[in-house]
Ligand binder design. Structure first.
Ligand code: GTP
Ligand code: MG
Length: 461
């Protein structure tokens, strides 16, 4: 008598499938299925010794030939995950076939022909969320982890995936819920009869919530640097060696270098990972007035880049005296967001004086490749948070919601402190703030919100 495995009933009635490994040459490719027919579809495709997949327990694997329409598709290993012990909490099957684009596509086609539907980007993770295995913050962490370009970004995503940020948000939600309940309770008192201690308690709780949200909002800057990479803009007058420095930092000849001022016209962006920190390095056109239309546009782009930069490397030609244009440019830059680099030091015999004591200044010769480590060290020191262990940090989506909730809580508190008669609008505001906090973890969500979040995912995740 074969053992019969009864799967958990799922809210999903169809079975999705996708190639879950990256396209291209590789040892193996994995086609993943999730949904109630995952096992029966695999049964219909596999020729193997012993029981078919649907009669095997979860956590096991088997070897067999995948045959579709009488033709052999591939030799494969099949991994079985039974609901609810799977990535999506539904029955999941992973078929490992040979790698390579064509082989993987053939395997996927066989699975689709047998009754599965092609998965949308992020649909496996979306099902994991809708089935309650992970919350929205953890789902977002999956996308962050896949995209992480630096060790630190990956470590922060893992923290978030493990639920550190979720736990923090849940505690915040509960705290605010308690304050809102206190406030609602005070609505039952007649005017003038509300004991002051009840209101004092509510106000204290609201203040604590505001502080906690403030602390979370402070992690945004770091989160932005980890997720998007710090925007490091190399700027300065024409011909000071910006493109040469860009190439040195990247370790390859990316930007065109000539002796002619005005060589770089467009902004040139490349990713650089330095000491575990991801950055977008941006080479720009030399800043000068030009009658050439192309160069003018380049200078406009350079100026825009400087405005959006997390850090500006302002280059000077150390062999020349600092110009008026440099002085007025430096005047406009913030010392906390700028490192002055005095380049072309090889052309000097003596020591160079820093142009402006307000700015951290390093010297180098990009052409001779000396002092570039000083530039790297300055970048790492300015952009790294190496002294703190990696921790989960909020994203732009979370920031907008947290900032909104913070404002509502603050306004509600002020109303409550002002007059008993204003407790009703204050309670409404707290409900709206709770909704906002709930949208971060996915206690409350809309289809549009899920569409936006999961469209960032790749197919197969
Ligand atoms: N001696 C010396 N020459 C350098 C150094 N760095 C760059 N140069 C030279 O300076 C000239 C201009 O270099 P680029 O890197 O194109 O300068 P840029 O600032 O990008 O110039 P634009 O794109 O025109 O704004 C080239 O001939 C480089 O070889 C350096 O450290 N020492
Ligand atoms: Mg250049």
């Amino acid at each position: 008598m074969p053992t019969i495995f009864i799967g958990m009933s799922s809210i999903f009635h169809d079975t999705i499938a996708a190639v879950s490994t990256a396209p291209g040459s590789a040892g193996i490719a994995i086609v993943r299925l999730s949904g109630p027919q995952s096992l029966s579809i695999t049964d219909s495709l596999i020729e193997c010794c012993g029981d078919p997949p649907s009669l095997r327990p979860g956590g096991t694997f088997l070897h067999g030939r995948i045959v579709s329409d009488g033709a052999e598709v591939d030799e494969a290993i099949v991994l079985i995950f039974r609901a609810p012990h799977s990535y999506t909490r539904d029955d999941v099957v992973e078929i490992q076939g040979h790698g390579g684009r064509a082989a993987a596509e053939r395997l996927l086609q066989a699975v689709l022909d047998a009754g599965a539907r092609m998965a949308e980007p992020g649909e496996f993770t979306r099902r994991a969320f809708l089935n309650g295995r992970i919350d929205l913050l953890q789902a977002e962490a999956v996308a962050d982890l896949i995209r992480a370009r630096s060790d630190r970004a990956a470590a922060a995503a893992v923290e978030q995936l493990e639920g550190r940020l979720s736990a923090q948000l849940d505690a915040l939600y509960d705290h605010l819920m308690a304050a809102a309940a206190d406030l609602e309770a005070s609505l039952d008192f007649d005017e003038g009869e509300l004991p002051p201690s009840v209101l004092e308690n509510t106000v204290r709780r609201l203040r604590e919530s505001e502080q906690e949200i403030g602390a979370l909002l402070d992690t945004w800057e770091e989160g932005h640097l980890l997720r998007d990479g710090a925007r490091v803009v190399i700027a300065g007058q024409p011909n000071v060696g910006k493109s040469t420095l860009m190439n040195r930092l990247l370790g390859r000849e990316r930007s065109i270098v000539t002796h002619l001022p005005g060589t770089t016209r467009d902004t040139i962006e490349e990713t650089l990972v330095l000491g575990g920190i991801q950055m977008r390095l941006i080479d720009t056109a030399g800043l000068r007035d030009s009658s050439c239309l192309v160069e003018q546009q380049g200078v406009t782009r350079a100026t825009d880049s400087i405005e959006q930069a997390d850090l500006v490397l302002y280059l000077l030609d150390a062999s020349r005296s600092v110009t008026e244009a440099d002085r007025s440019q430096l005047e406009a830059l913030k010392p906390e967001g700028t490192v002055v680099v005095q380049n072309k030091c090889d052309l000097l015999s003596g020591k160079v004086e820093p142009p402006d004591n307000r700015f951290e200044t390093v010297t180098c010769s990009a052409a001779e490749d000396t002092g570039i480590d000083r530039v790297r060290d300055a970048l790492k020191a300015r952009l790294g948070q190496q002294d703190t262990p990696p921790h989960a940090v909020i994203s732009e989506r979370h920031r907008a919601l947290l900032a909104g909730a913070h404002k509502l809580i603050e306004d509600a508190r002020k109303l409550a402190q002002q007059d008993d008669a204003l407790l009703v609008p204050a309670a409404d505001m707290l409900r709206a703030a709770l909704d906002m906090l709930g949208t971060i973890t996915g206690r409350t969500y809309t289809t549009e919100l899920l569409d936006t979040i999961f469209s960032r995912f790749c197919i197969g995740k």
